[in-house]
Design a protein around this ligand. Structure first.
Ligand code: NAI
Ligand code: MG
Length: 356
C-alpha cells in the first residue's frame, strides 16, 4: 500500500533543500523502489504569513494522517519581532508534541571524504559514527511547575522542574537498544545520577530494561564526563541515550565534531513508528534564495525516513551510497568546499545524487 509523506518545506533555504529531497523520492518512485504519495502543507513563517498561525490545524491534521513528515527548516529574521506564541519555531514544537515524537535520533557521522571539515584532528574523528538518542517530549523542557515569581523580598525566583515517569525512560531506552542491535550493540546511558534523583531512577530503569537485551553492552556516564569524552575520544561511543536537555546539548556537540552542518539528518519518532525527518540545521536566512545551500542533510533525512517509518531500508541504503558517490566524485556545496573539489549549487548536488 502506498505510504503517505507530508512535505513541509518551511522557510529560508527550506523550500530549496526540500525540492532536492523530493527529487530523490521521485526518482526512487519512478523506478518502483518505493510506493509513496506526497502532499504539501504550510508550517512556520510561511504558515504565519498565510493565516497568522505557525502551525495551522490543517497542517497538524495532515501530519497525523501521514506515515512520515519531511520538514525543511523554519524561522528567520522576518518573524523575530513576533510574540513567542506566533514564532515559526512554535510550529516545530507543536508538531513534536502533537505527534508525540518522544524519540529524537541524531546521528553524527563523518564521511571519510570530508575528514578535513572537522576542527578536530583526523585521527580523533575519522570513522566517527555515533547515534545520539534524545528523549524529546519529557524532562525539564516540559516539567511542571515552571515559572518566575517575585518573592516577598522583591527578588525574582525562577524554576523549571525535571520529571520523568519510569515508562517514559523505558520506552526511550528500548528505542536506543533496538537501534544498537542493528549497530555495534553498545549503549552508553548518560545521566547525572550522582546529583539528580530523577536520573538515578533513569539509570535504574536503563539497567532493568536492558535485561531484555542480553546482547547489549550497557554503560553509564555522567553528563559532564560525557561532554568531555565526546571531544576527547568520540569514537568510544556507539549509541548514546539520554534526557531531553542533556541530549539537546550533547547532540549539537557531537554534530559539530563532524564540522559540517549541511550534512547531518535527524529523525523524531513516536510510539507508532511515525516520524518527522529534518536536517539538523536551521533555515540559513543568510544564504536563502541563492541556490547554494547544501541539500545533503535533507536528502539523508529522507534515507532515515525510508528506514525508520516507511520500511524501505534498501532504498535508504541506496541514497546513502549515492551521497557517498557524489562526494567521491568531488562535488561540494560551499559549506563543505575544499581545495581541488568542484563547487556546485543546491540543484546540481540534488541532480548528482539522483544520477548516482
Ligand atoms: P542555521 O543552521 O540556519 O545557520 C547557521 C549557519 O550555517 C549559517 O551560516 C548558514 O548559512 C549555515 N548553514 C545552515 N544550513 C546550511 C546548509 N544546508 N548549507 C549550507 N550552509 C548552511 O542556524 P541559525 O543561523 O542560528 O538560525 C537561522 C534560523 O533558523 C533562525 O530563525 C532559527 O530559529 C532557525 N532554526 C530552525 C531550526 C529548525 O527548523 N529545525 C533549527 C535551528 C535554527
Ligand atoms: Mg538544540
Amino acid at each position: 500500500m502506498s505510504k503517505k509523506i507530508l512535505v513541509l518545506a518551511g522557510d529560508g533555504i527550506g523550500p530549496e533543500i526540500v525540492a532536492e529531497a523530493v527529487k530523490v523520492l521521485d526518482a526512487l518512485q519512478a523506478e518502483g523502489a518505493i510506493d509513496v504519495t506526497m502532499e504539501e502543507a504550510l508550517v512556520g513563517g510561511a504558515a504565519y504569513d498565510d493565516c497568522g498561525d505557525p502551525l495551522p490545524a490543517a497542517t497538524l491534521e495532515a501530519a497525523k494522517a501521514a506515515d512520515a513528515v519531511l520538514l525543511g527548516a523554519v524561522g528567520g529574521p522576518k518573524w523575530e519581532p513576533l510574540h513567542f506564541s506566533k514564532r515559526p519555531e512554535r510550529g516545530l514544537l507543536g508538531l513534536r508534541s502533537g505527534l508525540g515524537l518522544f524519540a529524537n535520533l541524531r546521528p553524527a557521522f563523518l564521511y571519510p571524504q570530508l575528514a578535513d571539515a572537522s576542527t578536530l584532528k583526523p585521527e580523533i574523528v575519522s570513522g566517527l559514527d555515533i547515534m545520539i538518542v534524545r528523549e524529546l517530549t519529557g524532562g525539564i523542557y516540559f516539567g511542571e511547575p515552571r515559572g518566575v515569581e517575585t518573592l516577598e523580598s522583591g527578588e525574582r525566583y525562577g524554576y523549571n522542574t525535571l520529571c520523568y515517569k519510569e515508562s517514559e525512560v523505558e520506552r526511550i531506552c528500548r528505542v536506543a537498544y533496538d537501534i544498537a542491535m542493528k549497530r555495534g550493540k553498545r549503549v552508553c546511558s548518560v545521566d547525572k545520577a550522582n546529583v539528580l534523583e530523577v536520573t538515578e531512577m533513569w539509570r535504574d530503569v536503563a539497567v532493568k530494561t536492558a535485561a531484555d537485551y542480553p546482547e547489549i553492552e550497557l554503560s553509564h556516564m555522567y553528563v559532564d564526563n560525557a561532554s568531555m569524552q565526546l571531544v576527547r575520544a568520540p569514537k568510544q561511543f556507539d549509541v548514546v541515550v539520554t534526557t531531553n536537555m542533556f541530549g539537546d546539548i550533547l547532540s549539537d556537540c557531537a554534530a559539530m565534531l563532524t564540522g559540517s552542518i549541511g550534512m547531518l539528518p535527524s529523525a523524531s519518532l513516536n510510539a507508532e513508528g511515525q516520524g518527522m525527518y529534518e536536517p539538523i540545521h536551521g533555515s540559513a536566512p543568510d544564504i536563502a534564495g541563492r541556490g547554494i545551500a547544501n541539500p545533503l542533510a535533507t536528502i539523508l533525512s529522507v534515507a532515515m525516513m525510508l528506514r525508520y517509518s516507511l520500511d524501505a531500508g534498501e532504498a535508504a541504503d541506496r541514497i546513502e551510497a549515492a551521497v557517498s558517490k557524489v562526494l567521491d566524485d568531488g562535488l561540494r556545496t560551499g559549506d563543505i568546499m575544499s581545495e581541488g573539489m568542484r563547487q556546485v549549487g543546491t540543484a546540481e548536488m540534488g541532480d548528482a545524487v539522483v544520477a548516482a
